[in-house]
Design a binder for this molecule. Structure first.
Ligand SMILES: Nc1nc2c(c(=O)[nH]1)N[C@H]1C(S)=C(S)[C@@H](COP(=O)(O)OP(=O)(O)OC[C@H]3O[C@@H](n4cnc5c(=O)[nH]c(N)nc54)[C@H](O)[C@@H]3O)O[C@H]1N2
Ligand SMILES: Nc1nc2c(c(=O)[nH]1)N[C@H]1C(S)=C(S)[C@@H](COP(=O)(O)OP(=O)(O)OC[C@H]3O[C@@H](n4cnc5c(=O)[nH]c(N)nc54)[C@H](O)[C@@H]3O)O[C@H]1N2
Ligand SMILES: [Mo]
Length: 762
């Protein structure tokens, strides 16, 4: 916070110097300037937050530092949480995190007994191992103490920039506008109504495509145009070698919209010059929900235009229209867009409907929700102990913290929070890239107070130009082991890339390291050393938030050959090479000249073959079940239902020109594997196997349909959506019949011994 949330930090400094100073617990592997003023500083190994936070909750249960009245009446999930965290006693936590048990107890006591509790977290949580799971544990701690909604309490799940909060609200951050739930059709219809478009045209088959998947699609060649606005991925994305390779691909057309010529703009096919904050009017929202207006002060230079102007112009040129043929984005000013946003946010948690440019001007911000009931905004949320968790209102049904899979409406219904807070438990898992013999050190990357991100602004002012070069912070023990001296240039490598940096000794625990990620290449004349932290970092991401693991990954440090004074370049930067590659792009490769084939036809073909085969399987079984009327009666109905499924899907297959060629083989191979009853299915054991086989075959078909569902939404094909939905219901019905057949047969079949046939197995 001392480096990155400096305004908030000055308030804490004020309190620390005042008459009634608060106690501060800091969890950071590094001795940051924040940590230096902590009452208790816990220095866990990078990537072990969940174990540590579970350990604190263990101590809260052990010492009964829990507001049971609050928990019983206003939360769900206490039992599984308790069960999970009770597996994290202090000595086990010490083994995992390296934090001494006595220190953990001290921290837990402060958290468990303080009269008020305020928590804040940022990238040390969200960009580290088990990001979302760890963030949830912070919420749990505050909920267990019953502290939410009280003065002096709260949770700031921070974001780095005010516009990041707007991203969360407006739906650019993996969410949907106004915290709408993409699994709730009413929410999606609502959006379509506000935009006056057909609901099927709201892309909501999944959570939005995150950047690492965008990169994978570029690698495959299915994304051929990338428009990058207000971000500089050639410095800020993990695993820069791959990012450079993909963004300079022959068949990718790159548009960069920025206020400076960045590393990314340097490889773009088209650069759109943007106006920056003082050159345009708009709003920013802080993480505490305070909305601010920022008025244009000066004209943008040259041809630069505000991002809004550029996007509106693009929309106009593309001819985007609403349902009635009117312009989809009829706006001329940012205020008109704000008025539209007021409608979009009305009735949602982030309700802006009571705000206006006029009301915002002159004051120092207003906190949402601001509407008819709260015309001056809302200072505090949750003081009524009601949370945004009603089934029809919530922004999401939540996710499994281990797999990242989102829950369905039915699963959420079972949890039934209905306005209560949800406690979410998770076990600790080691990071996907733990140190090993070859790469024995843990890497963390982050910020310095004097620089902002990729330094497009702070690398251009005299003050910050004087600030130290990038460096790698190592512990005294590791420096000694490697015989490094302070400021010595070293080679730093991960399996992905390498950089050359001076070392700075002290300030981290043994085994941990830290590199500021600000330094790219735009201001290096005639090439130079590779120095961007992201040459090293891993693109592994959190399964829920999709944030890359910038805090984590394994590296090694080696000494460079001695020189007489002058530092030599041992690892050259690769940015210049990327610019050269981009300049040589074959623009002919762009567009769709290349021969292409899509998967839809094949997928539909296989599905069609599988359904045909299913019908045949049922029919073949019929004569074999003469002495099993229960199965036979059911199978007759199965034939009918399966035929119905086939009839539903046939027109779709025809419409999109199914290709049955390779699908036939797979559909048959699976059936042949599952059904091999030369001597019939009459024996009860064989019948059990048959039902199991049918269930598996049906699950295979359901999988194909599940794949078709989002595709048919993306095709804007309502008939297809409907056919797939109905077919899925039918297939699930058949699956359930098979499972129930197994259920009533299994005790008799599996437990009651049969007389052995002659020559049979003893
Ligand atoms: N001066 C300045 N201020 C900024 C920015 C900037 O670039 N410069 N950027 C802004 C933006 S967009 C953001 S997102 C914020 C980021 O703000 P912060 O999250 O505060 O900054 P970072 O330096 O990325 O990381 C924070 C701390 O996490 C620690 N850490 C690393 N790994 C772990 C771990 O496994 N567990 C724990 N508990 N801690 C760990 C690091 O040692 C580091 O001190 O800053 C914002 N403010
Ligand atoms: N290794 C490592 N990597 C990290 C992080 C880390 O801690 N470690 N932190 C991550 C985090 S939290 C963040 S937020 C990202 C930041 O990564 P980026 O967003 O890529 O970094 P910025 O330098 O802020 O890039 C913003 C770009 O927008 C331009 N710009 C500024 N104002 C405007 C405007 O009004 N319009 C337009 N069109 N452009 C504008 C700037 O010139 C700049 O090029 O980095 C991430 N990368
Ligand atoms: Mo950020």
């Amino acid at each position: 916070m001392a480096a990155t949330q400096t305004v908030l930090w000055t308030r804490i400094l004020d309190r620390l110097a005042g008459p009634n100073p608060p106690k501060i617990v800091v969890v950071d592997p590094r001795v940051s300037d924040t940590a230096k003023l902590a009452t208790v500083h816990l220095q866990p190994r990078i990537g072990t937050n969940v174990a540590l936070l579970n350990g604190i909750q263990f101590l809260m249960f052990e010492n009964d530092w829990i507001d049971w009245d609050y928990v019983d009446n206003h939360t769900v999930g206490i039992e599984p949480l308790k069960k999970t965290v009770m597996e994290f006693p202090p000595d086990k936590v010490e083994q995992i995190t390296g934090v001494p048990a006595s220190l953990l107890r001290k921290a837990a006591e402060i958290i468990g007994t303080s009269k008020t509790l305020l928590s804040t977290a940022l990238q040390g949580i969200y960009q580290s191992n088990q990001a979302t799971a760890a963030a949830c544990q912070i919420n749990n701690i505050n909920i267990l103490r019953g502290m939410l909604g009280k003065p002096g309490c709260g949770i700031f799940q921070m974001n780095g920039q005010p516009t990041a909060q707007n991203n969360r609200e407006a739906g650019c951050d993996g969410e949907f506008p106004g915290f709408r739930n993409h699994l709730n059709p009413v929410h999606m219809e609502d959006m379509a109504r506000l935009w006056n478009i057909d609901p099927i045209k709201v892309p909501h088959w999944n959570e939005p495509t995150h950047v690492e998947n965008i990169l994978s699609f570029i690698a495959k060649g299915t994304i051929q145009m990338l428009w990058i606005s207000g971000t500089n991925p050639l410095v800020s994305l993990p695993n820069l070698g791959r990012v450079r390779e993909l963004l300079t691909k022959d068949d990718l057309f790159v548009v960069a919209q920025d206020i400076f010529m960045t590393e990314t703009a340097a490889i773009a096919d088209v650069v759109l010059p943007g106006a920056q904050w003082g050159e345009k009017t708009g709003c920013f929202t802080n993480v505490d929900r305070t909305v601010h207006i920022s008025h244009k002060a000066v004209e943008p230079p040259g041809e630069a235009k505000s991002d809004l102007e550029i996007f509106l112009d693009y929309g106009k040129r593309m001819g985007f229209k609403d349902k009635d043929g009117q312009p989809l984005m009829p706006f001329k000013t940012s205020e008109e867009v704000f008025e539209a946003w007021k409608k979009m946010s009305k009735g949602r948690p982030c309700d802006y409907s009571g705000l206006s440019y006029e009301k915002l001007t002159g004051g120092s911000g207003i906190q949402w929700p601001c509407n008819d009931e709260a015309p001056f905004g809302t200072e505090r949320l949750f003081s009524d102990k009601k949370f945004f968790t009603e089934l029809d209102y919530c922004e999401s049904f939540g996710h499994d913290l281990e797999t990242g899979a989102y829950y369905t409406k039915d699963e959420y219904k079972k949890l039934n929070p209905n306005g209560r807070a949800i406690l979410k438990a998770c076990h600790y898992f080691p990071s996907a890239e733990e140190p090993n013999e070859e790469y024995p050190l843990r890497l963390s990357t982050g910020r310095r107070v004097h620089h902002f991100h990729t330094r497009t602004k702070t690398g251009r002012t005299p003050l910050q130009k004087k600030c130290p070069e990038p460096e790698i912070v190592v512990s005294e023990e590791d420096a000694r082991r490697l015989s490094l001296s302070d400021r010595e240039e070293v080679l730093v490598e991960s399996i992905r890339g390498k950089v050359q940096l001076p070392v700075s000794i002290g300030g981290v625990e043994k085994g941990n390291t830290f590199i500021p990620f600000h330094f790219g290449y735009f201001d290096l004349k005639d090439g130079g050393k590779a120095r961007a932290a992201n040459e090293l970092t891993t693109a592994k991401w959190d399964p829920i938030s999709k944030q890359p693991m910038f805090k984590g990954g394994a590296i090694r440090i080696s000494k460079l050959p001695p020189t007489d004074g002058e530092v030599q370049i041992h690892v050259r930067e690769q940015q210049s090479a990327a610019v050269a590659t981009a300049a040589k792009k074959h623009t002919k490769a762009q567009g769709s000249q290349t021969a292409r084939e899509r998967g839809l036809e094949q997928w539909l073909g296989e599905l069609d073959c599988a359904i045909d085969r299913l019908i045949k399987l049922f029919e073949d079984l019929l004569p074999q079940t003469d002495r099993d009327p229960d199965a036979q009666n059911g199978l007759r109905i199965m034939v009918r239902i399966a035929t119905r499924v086939g009839e539903r899907m046939k027109p779709i297959a025809k419409k999109y020109h199914e290709d049955r060629h390779s699908g036939q083989k797979r559909a048959d191979a699976l059936a042949d594997l599952l059904f091999k009853h030369e001597d019939g299915v009459d024996g009860t054991y064989q019948m059990l196997e048959t039902m199991q086989g049918l269930h598996m075959y049906l699950a295979y078909i359901r999988g194909s349909l599940r794949g078709m569902y989002p595709a048919s939404q993306a095709l804007w094909d309502k008939d297809c959506v409907e056919a797939v939905t109905e077919a899925t219901e039918d297939v699930s019905k058949m699956e359930e019949w098979c499972l129930q057949q197994m259920q009533f047969r299994s005790p008799q079949t599996l437990l009651v011994p049969l007389p052995l046939k002659e020559g049979g197995r003893k």
